[in-house]
Structure formats: structure tokens, C-alpha cells
Write a protein that binds this ligand. Structure first.
Ligand SMILES: NC(=O)c1ccc[n+]([C@@H]2O[C@H](COP(=O)([O-])OP(=O)(O)OC[C@H]3O[C@@H](n4cnc5c(N)ncnc54)[C@H](OP(=O)(O)O)[C@@H]3O)[C@@H](O)[C@H]2O)c1
Length: 328
């Protein structure tokens, strides 16, 4: 299963799932493997099978094989035609068109199926897919970079750079893992960000810019405007829940929200943030600049507890990753 998962590294198949598969001979040797690379290309099972037959072999596949015809014919059919004996499935597919049906179809045809052997590993490899199929919304990671004393920008709006080059490279890695990067009007006007992945040797797709706009006109010369952003505009405040429910129609299942404080406050208060990645700089503003969230922390019952899953020093800064308790 770890080999099958490893084959999904570098794949960008959303809105389809990341899936890897290996074929193991009766002696336990991996003889073939493959992954679903992107929408419209063959599924992992078909890549692993190719045009050969594998009687007496076992397929280990991260996600339940599909039994419906979408852009490609059902994978269950390919498995049956290849004469595979046993299928080991990492996780049942949460997609209601598939869930349980692929496994049932294989069993009906006499294939031995071992389901759900590593659901946590498989979900951790593609959390946005599972989140979307369960909630109907794109999964949100909120990224914030602040000084140790809690400022995301100086009073005059300048914020470049609060963190060091290593942490900034880590943000580019996060962007590379995301289908889209979302910012609000204030950040576009103040910072003119490109919102691209700029990593040496990066050959993957660039995340789609998603702009949350209100009353203010965005100057046409802003760098991001040349990147065909998806723009959502409402002078009374954009309905962010509706945006996150619509983004999957554009193939976007994972969104990195990069601020600023007004947008960050809105997404957290609306309960739409699944994961927080916070870069705490080894640097001080020494005084009050701009706070990470617009709005007030009125009383202790407003406290939002994060389940902290990782704390990693990066250069001269620290990255804290957490999930909201009870979140999906
Ligand atoms: N350190 C960091 O991690 C970081 C990251 C990003 C930005 N920043 C800093 O943050 C500052 C900009 O922050 P900001 O708070 O002014 O801008 P922002 O959060 O990027 O944009 C907020 C604006 O988006 C529009 N909007 C429309 N619907 C909205 C909704 N539902 N929720 C929230 N906003 C909505 C409104 O525009 P209208 O006002 O036009 O109606 C609103 O004022 C800059 O100084 C930048 O340097 C820091």
C-alpha cells in the first residue's frame, strides 16, 4: 500500500481522487504499478494493468475501484479482464456513485477483496477529495505569517518580508499542493501578489487565483489579473460558503487562503477553515501593527481551539499546523 501511495506523488487529478495501484505476483514481488495523473487520463488500475493479463496476481490499490463509466470505462471491468485474483483496497470511495459498488461488483465476479486496510493513510494523502465528497465544499487551508508578537503587517500595510526565505519557500510548496489560492481585495491592492508557485524545478500546474472582491475597484495592472483569476464580487460581502461549494465545478478541491486579516476573519468565523498553517517569525514588530484577524475577540467563549498536529522550525521561523476540533 505504501508503494501504491508513493506512486501518487506529483499527480494533480482533482476533481478526481489521487489513486495509485501496484500488482503483486504470487511470490509477493511488485511487478507493475501506476497512478492516475490528471483528469481525462487513465485511472491507476488501468495504468498498472496496461495490456497484459495477471491471473493469480494481487492488485493493491489505494482507493476502491470505480464501477461506473465516466470519462473512462469502469476499472472493475479492467481488473476482471486482467484475471486478477485478489484486490486489496486502502479505502472505500466516499463518492456516492462508487462507494461500496466497486467492491460488490468484484466480489460478485469471484474476486477476493480485502477492503479498507489503510483508510487513514489514504485520506491523509488526499484530504481534499474526501472532504469534498463528504461536504460538497472545497477544503480550506488558512496560511498566516506573523511576527512573534502577533503582527501580520506594519501599520502602513507593509508586510514584505515578515518571515525568512526558507518559510517563504515552504509557502510555495503549500501553493503547489493547492488547486487554488484565495485572497481578498485588500491584499491585492496592498501587496500586488502573483500567487504563483516559484520553486526551482517546479513543473506542476499553477494554482488558480481566486479573488474575493467588494466595493473597491481592483487596478487592472495588478499582476494576478493577467492570470485569469476567478473573481467573486459582492459589495455587501461575498458568500464564502457558496464560493467554496462552487469551486469544485472548476475542478478545485483544495484552497489555500492567504489573507488578509478581513478575509481570514470571515472564513474562520464562518467555520469554513479545515487546516491552519501558521508561520511564526523569529522577529518582533515591537508594537501593534495589523492583527491576523479583523474583528474583536470579545469574550473567552469565542476562543477557537486548534488540534495542533505539527510544530516545525523552518529557518529562523516556526511553522505550526493545526486543525479545528470537530472539523471535517
Ligand atoms: N502576513 C500575512 O500572512 C499576510 C497575508 C495577506 C495579507 N497581509 C496584509 O494584509 C493587509 C490587507 O488586508 P485586508 O484585511 O485589508 O484585506 P483582505 O482580507 O485581503 O481583503 C478584504 C476585502 O475583501 C473584500 N471582501 C468581499 N467579500 C468579503 C468577505 N466575505 N470577507 C472578507 N472580505 C471580503 C472586501 O473588499 P472591499 O473593502 O473593497 O469591499 C474586504 O475589505 C495588507 O497590509 C497585507 O500586507 C498579510
Amino acid at each position: 500500500m505504501r508503494d501504491a501511495l508513493a506512486l501518487t506523488a506529483g499527480t494533480h487529478p482533482h476533481p478526481n481522487p489521487r489513486v495509485g495501484a501496484v500488482i503483486v505476483d504470487p511470490e509477493g514481488v511488485v511487478v507493475s504499478g501506476g497512478a492516475h495523473q490528471e483528469v481525462g487520463t487513465p485511472h491507476a488500475e488501468r495504468v498498472a494493468i496496461g495490456d497484459r493479463r495477471y491471473p493469480g496476481h494481487t492488485m493493491v490499490v489505494t482507493l476502491e475501484p470505480c464501477d461506473h463509466t465516466g470519462r473512462t470505462p469502469p476499472c472493475t471491468q479492467a481488473i476482471l479482464e486482467a484475471g486478477i485474483d485478489t484486490v486489496v483496497v486502502g479505502a472505500t470511495d466516499p463518492d456516492e456513485r462508487v462507494s461500496g459498488r466497486g467492491i460488490a461488483r468484484l466480489r460478485e465476479a469471484g474476486v477476493r477483496v480485502l477492503p479498507d486496510v489503510a483508510p487513514d493513510l489514504v485520506e491523509a494523502n488526499d484530504p481534499a477529495y474526501f472532504h469534498h465528497r463528504r461536504t460538497g465544499r472545497a477544503r480550506v487551508t488558512l496560511k498566516i505569517a506573523s511576527t512573534l508578537d502577533g503582527n501580520v503587517a506594519a501599520v502602513d500595510g507593509t508586510s514584505r518580508w515578515i518571515t525568512g526565505p526558507e518559510a517563504r519557500a515552504d509557502v510555495h510548496r503549500l501553493r503547489g499542493e493547492s488547486d487554488a489560492v484565495m485572497v481578498g481585495a485588500g491584499t491585492i491592492i496592498a501587496d500586488d501578489p502573483e500567487l504563483t508557485v516559484r520553486l526551482d524545478g517546479w513543473t506542476g500546474p499553477q494554482p488558480t487565483p481566486v479573488l474575493i472582491l467588494g466595493e473597491r475597484e481592483i487596478p487592472r495592472d495588478r499582476a494576478v489579473m493577467a492570470r485569469e483569476p476567478l473573481c467573486y464580487v459582492d459589495a455587501d460581502g461575498v458568500d464564502l460558503d457558496a464560493v467554496l461549494s462552487e469551486l469544485p465545478d472548476h475542478g478545485i478541491l483544495s484552497v489555500l487562503v492567504e489573507g488578509g486579516p478581513t478575509l481570514a476573519g470571515s472564513v474562520v468565523r464562518a467555520g469554513l477553515v479545515d487546516e491552519v498553517v501558521w508561520y511564526v517569525a523569529g522577529a518582533l514588530g515591537v508594537g501593534r501593527g495589523r492583527e491576523p484577524f479583523a474583528g474583536t475577540f470579545t469574550t473567552i467563549s469565542d476562543l477557537r481551539t486548534l488540534a495542533v498536529s505539527d510544530v516545525t522550525p523552518i529557518g529562523n521561523d516556526v511553522r505550526v499546523t493545526g486543525h479545528f476540533e470537530g472539523g471535517v
